[in-house]
Design a protein around this ligand. Structure first.
Ligand code: ATP
Ligand code: MG
Length: 741
């Protein structure tokens, strides 16, 4: 194993495999790189990858780490490199019974969580103006992070009206989750901790399995995550944690900086290694970042050095308004892009997603390709969420939130009253809502115009359910999309918005294809359960592609651990960054300052900071003041050339690749030889309706999942086929993706 390109300290850390180890070091000092080499080294020493657990911050980081390790030592399947949430999910899947859930429990994301809370508040007649859903969900989340259930919450609080209301909501919320066989993100962690705590045999199983445990970005672990790790590492103490107290940016989500500062207390025999050389950034960038972060009082002082050149100074520009700011950045990118500097080397890192719109507009106008990582936008699109809900019902018919989301989506003439009645009936009968509407007698009692479409919905889901094992995920998706009437209702609207939704749905299908392809390359089955899990646990940085030829737009938070040659940080204004809530709280201000440090240290060669004199945000416009971080930043490192308010010049247009009148879209050729959207639409439909054809004995057929086969027998509802690949299968007529050959 070649550890030669690590420096002495890094090598020491990679070789220290037995016993607790803390690598505490600043940004870009090679912490993640060291961890990767350490894993590779262990494997090369003969350690089975199966015995290694590495926890990273995003799925993306996990995938990248696996790739790098495999590059060093070859295949390492069986190794758990994943996030805390995916790790918890796996453990809970393996031991769902002990955890108190049924098989195929579902994970509720923030949108589901809020939908559920909304229902509860309504039922309990609580005024959402006084108790906003976000407020309540934040409290519940905090309680869970502190490992307190509703009863513990009650005990701990002073008894008053407010705490009583929250207690009642919290209790009902947990009850409903359980009833729906669901958990939220906080439950994932908390249930895992309880599982390990309450079942010594299970704990022992994982302790024995994971002989070596590593955690990246350790500064951002919360209390529960910390305890999970501590339990797992208790027996052998082979725990290596890697972090930087200056980069703790999730205190608001319960990350506890003390976890890193107290590590030596909890593991007295811990070896501590500090890395001081930064390999990422040019000298000026590093200096500038340091001049900001050193204003934090609650930190261990450390300073990084680099043997790289000083490089360019940091460019700071104050523009007249937020639109100008965006155009300025687009122009700078157009100027800098060229041989050896592709678009994917640029990143625009902003404080909040609400800032992204201006950049999208400006980049589009300048014809600069970009990828945007805005929160969970992809999954939070209404139509994607709807389809995911349908798919969730296929996996778990008891998923009430999913049911309520789609029962009248598309419009089936089911109003709130009917839903109420159905819910009451399902409760009395102690069955799922899906079962209730699968009952002909119930259907007969529905408003006349709703009957057919509700029947069709129930039939489709039930059929997909029973045929799940015989269908690819994409087949299930097509069937749901077409047979529930979802696609049709969009098509009938003939609006641009509906067309855009259809486009998104087809886009989502290619996402499903990708998942299936990936699985088939790994030679693993692509199950709907696993797909939905991926959807539920994918963080925002997970869809990020490197070398995409596109500029990356993302929040500062999701940029953690990444690096880019050129970084833009817009919105350096008090009230935005630091946010207005942090201005009068020293603690919050320090967290914002760490975020600023994280942002600046993403840059390798060039760093641009900008602010706008006038900004419109969330519909409100106001004059701004430069960020306190700008005042802290050592001004000697700033290139003040950019200080002037940018005045656009006419002649700039062509040189900068910004659209001239000609290419504004007005004179674009109308002619479109090939419309992939129409094509994809057709494919979805024909796939969903394939099964309707008649087959007879002896027909040679091709099945979407099982490949070629021969029809043995056709019944009224079933068709029996012998496949070359899997032998004899009985399939549901009208659903099996079969083609006559
Ligand atoms: P962050 O705190 O931002 O997560 P980090 O400490 O994890 O940063 P890495 O991402 O591991 O830092 O490394 C930063 C950059 O430095 C990477 O491009 C990496 O390849 C490079 N690097 C790390 N160690 C060395 C080394 N010994 N020699 C040359 N380059 C190195
Ligand atoms: Mg790192």
């Amino acid at each position: 194993m070649n550890l030669d390109h690590l420096n002495t300290k890094q090598r020491e850390a990679a070789l220290h495999t037995e016993g607790p180890l803390l690598i505490l070091a600043g940004a870009g000092s090679g912490k993640t790189a060291t961890m990767t080499h350490r894993i590779a080294y262990l494997i090369e020493q003969g350690m089975s990858p199966y015995k290694i657990l590495a926890v990273t911050f995003t799925n993306k980081a996990a995938a990248e780490m696996r790739q790098r390790v495999e590059k060093l030592v070859g295949n390492c399947s069986g190794m758990w490199i994943l996030t805390f949430h995916s790790m918890s999910l796996r453990m809970l899947r393996e031991h769902y019974e002990e955890a108190g859930y049924e098989r195929n429990f579902v994970v509720y994301d923030t949108v589901d969580q809020k939908a559920l809370l909304k229902n509860i508040l309504k039922e309990q007649n609580i005024d959402v103006k006084e108790y906003p859903i976000n407020y309540i969900s934040a409290i519940i989340s905090k309680e869970k992070e502190a490992d307190r259930g509703p009863e513990e919450y009650k005990q701990q609080q002073e008894f008053n009206l407010r705490s009583k209301i929250i207690y009642n909501v919290y209790k009902e919320y947990q009850k409903q989750l359980k009833k729906n066989n669901a958990m939220d993100f906080d439950d994932l962690l908390r249930n895992t901790l309880h599982l390990l705590r309450n079942y010594p045999s299970i704990l022992e199983e994982y302790q024995r399995r994971f002989s070596y445990i590593m955690v990246d970005e350790y500064q951002d672990t919360n209390h529960i995550q910390y305890q999970i790790i501590r339990l797992l590492a208790k027996a052998h103490q082979n725990l290596c944690v890697v972090g930087d107290d200056d980069q703790c940016i999730y205190e608001w989500r319960g990350a506890d900086i003390r976890n890193i500062l107290d590590f030596e207390k909890d593991f007295p025999s811990a070896k501590v290694i500090k890395l001081e050389q930064n390999y990422r950034s040019c000298g000026n960038i590093l200096e500038a970042a340091h001049s900001v972060i050193r204003n934090n009082r609650g930190r261990k002082d450390k300073k990084l050095w680099t043997d790289q050149d000083k490089g360019h100074k940091i460019v700071y520009s104050r523009l007249s308004n937020d639109k100008e700011e965006a155009s300025y950045i687009a122009r700078e990118i157009a100027l800098l892009e060229g041989p050896g500097r592709d678009y994917d080397q640029f990143a625009i890192l902003y404080r909040t997603n609400a800032q992204s719109r201006n950049f999208e507009d400006a980049l589009r106008r300048a014809r600069i390709p970009y990828q945007i990582l805005s929160g969970f936008s992809f999954y939070e699109r209404k139509e994607t969420k709807d389809m995911i809900s349908y798919m969730r019902l296929v996996v778990n018919p008891r998923d009430e939130i999913a049911f309520l989301r789609v029962i009248n989506e598309p419009k089936r003439g089911i109003g709130a009253k009917t839903v109420e009645k159905l819910t009451a009936l399902a409760n009395i009968r102690n069955e799922s809502l899906l079962d209730t509407i699968s009952d002909e007698e119930v259907i007969a009692g529905l408003p006349a115009k709703a009957r057919d479409s509700v029947r069709q919905m129930a039939e489709t889901i039930n059929l997909c359910r029973s045929e799940k094992e015989n269908l690819r995920i994409s087949d299930i998706y097509d069937n749901l999309l077409v047979r529930t009437g979802y696609m049709k209702s969009l098509e009938e609207q003939h609006t641009q918005e509906a067309d855009a939704r259809i486009e998104n749905l087809l886009d989502f299908k290619s996402f499903i294809y990708d998942f299936e392809k990936e699985k088939s390359i790994l030679n693993e089955p692509a199950t709907l359960e696993e797909f939905l899990e991926k959807v539920a646990t994918d963080g925002d940085a997970d869809k990020y592609e490197t070398e995409s030829g596109k500029v990356t737009l993302m929040t500062l938070h999701s940029a953690k651990g990444l690096e880019f040659p050129v970084v833009f940080m817009p919105g350096m204004e008090d009230g935005l960054f630091p946010g207005h809530r942090s201005i009068d709280s020293e603690e919050k201000l320090e967290e914002e300052r760490r975020l600023c440090y994280v942002g600046m240290t993403r840059a390798r060669e060039r760093l641009f900071l900008t602010s706008a004199e006038y900004r419109v945000l969330y519909g409100n416009g106001d004059f701004t003041r430069e960020s306190i971080f700008m005042r802290e930043l050592d001004s000697r490192l700033l290139d003040s050339a950019g200080d002037a308010v940018y005045v656009p010049r006419r002649s700039d247009n062509n040189r900068l690749g910004i659209s001239t009148g000609k290419s504004d879209g007005f004179n674009e050729p109308e002619y479109r030889p090939y419309d992939p959207l129409q094509y994809a639409k057709k494919a979805v439909k024909s796939n969903a309706m394939l099964g309707d054809k008649e087959f007879s004995e002896g027909d040679k057929v091709e099945h979407g999942k099982f490949g070629p086969g021969l029809v043995l027998e056709t019944g009224e509802k079933t068709i029996t086929v012998v496949f070359d690949s899997v032998g004899i299968k009985k399939l549901a007529k009208g659903m099996a993706p079969l083609k006559k050959l």
